[in-house]
Design a binder for this molecule. Structure first.
Ligand code: ZN
Length: 132
């Protein structure tokens, strides 16, 4: 869903002209930009398995901090808060927080069931049900 996140960021520029396009794209990709940092820190885990999926050889073993529902919500709130503290623009802060959260929603639609509800809960969200 990599390119889809950029599409959401580009589309958001039509809604609010104040944040820069770079900020919009940064917000839409924010979770995936945090993810390699968590990998390097050993907090999240990925395995490279050629042929794992048609799209990517990456097997997302565990990414509870960046890609759980709760984690994405917290990151979106932090992103919006930091923007608000810098720019003092409430409406743009809400939009940018929504862009961060949109990343998780698009990943939920396009990933195989590997997104958790809350970090380390063991409960994976599947669109029509929840598996624990
Ligand atoms: Zn992602």
């Amino acid at each position: 869903m990599f390119i889809g996140h950029f599409g959401v960021g580009l589309g958001a520029k039509k809604i609010d002209k104040k944040p820069s396009l770079g900020t919009m794209l940064f917000a839409a990709q924010f979770l995936d930009l945090l993810w390699p940092i968590m990998i390097l820190l050993g907090i999240e885990t990925v395995k490279i398995e050629p042929g794992n999926t048609a799209m990517t050889p990456l097997n997302f073993i565990s990414y509870p901090i960046t890609h759980s529902l709760l984690g994405a919500f917290v990151w979106s709130m932090l992103f919006g808060l930091v923007y608000f503290l810098i720019k003092k623009n409430y409406e743009s802060s809400i939009l940018l927080a929504s862009l961060v959260m949109s990343h998780w929603i698009l990943d939920l639609i396009t990933h195989r069931p590997d997104l958790q509800l809350i970090p380390w809960s063991g409960c994976l969200i599947i669109l029509s049900e929840m598996e624990c």
